[in-house]
Design a protein around this ligand. Structure first.
Ligand code: 5GP
Ligand code: ZN
Length: 114
C-alpha cells in the first residue's frame, strides 16, 4: 500500500530499529516507547486490521510472538513480564491501519505504565 507507514517500514523506505525479521513478519521498536523495548510486530503483507486476517495470516503473525517475546526478555534481565495489545478500528484506538501487535515489556521495578 502506497501511503501506509508500516508498508514503508517493511520496505525500508522509512527507517526503524529492527527487533526481529523473517520473510513474512517484521518486528521493530515503536517510535513512542510505552516502556523500554516496546515493539510492534507486523505482517509484511498489508492487512488493515484483524478483520482482514485469514487463518494463514493469523498463524504467520501470532506464531512468531512467543519467539519475539523471549528475545525481548533475553535482552534485559529486568524484563519480568509483557503486555500484548492489538487495537482494531478507530474506536479501539487503532491509529496506524496496517495491523500490528504491541509487545510492551514490563519491569520488576515500577515502570509507570498502566
Ligand atoms: P495503534 O494506536 O495503531 O495501536 O499503534 C500505532 C503505533 O505506531 C503507536 O504506538 C505509534 O507510536 C507507532 N508509530 C506510528 N508511526 C510510527 C513510525 O513511523 N515508526 C514507528 N516505529 N512507530 C510508529
Ligand atoms: Zn501497510
Amino acid at each position: 500500500m502506497q501511503d501506509c507507514i508500516f508498508c514503508k517500514i517493511v520496505a525500508g523506505t522509512i527507517p526503524s530499529t529492527t527487533v526481529y525479521e523473517d520473510d513474512e513478519v517484521k518486528a521493530f521498536l515503536d517510535i513512542s516507547q510505552a516502556t523500554p523495548g516496546h515493539t510492534l510486530v507486523v505482517p509484511k503483507k498489508h492487512a488493515a486490521d484483524i478483520f482482514e486476517y485469514d487463518e494463514e495470516l493469523a498463524k504467520t503473525v501470532f506464531s512468531r510472538i512467543p519467539k519475539i517475546a523471549r528475545a525481548l526478555k533475553a535482552s534485559d534481565p529486568q524484563i519480568t513480564g509483557l503486555n500484548i495489545v492489538n487495537n482494531n478500528g478507530e474506536v479501539a484506538y487503532q491509529t496506524v491501519f496496517h495491523s500490528h501487535v504491541h509487545l510492551i515489556p514490563r519491569y520488576s521495578q515500577k515502570d509507570g505504565f498502566k
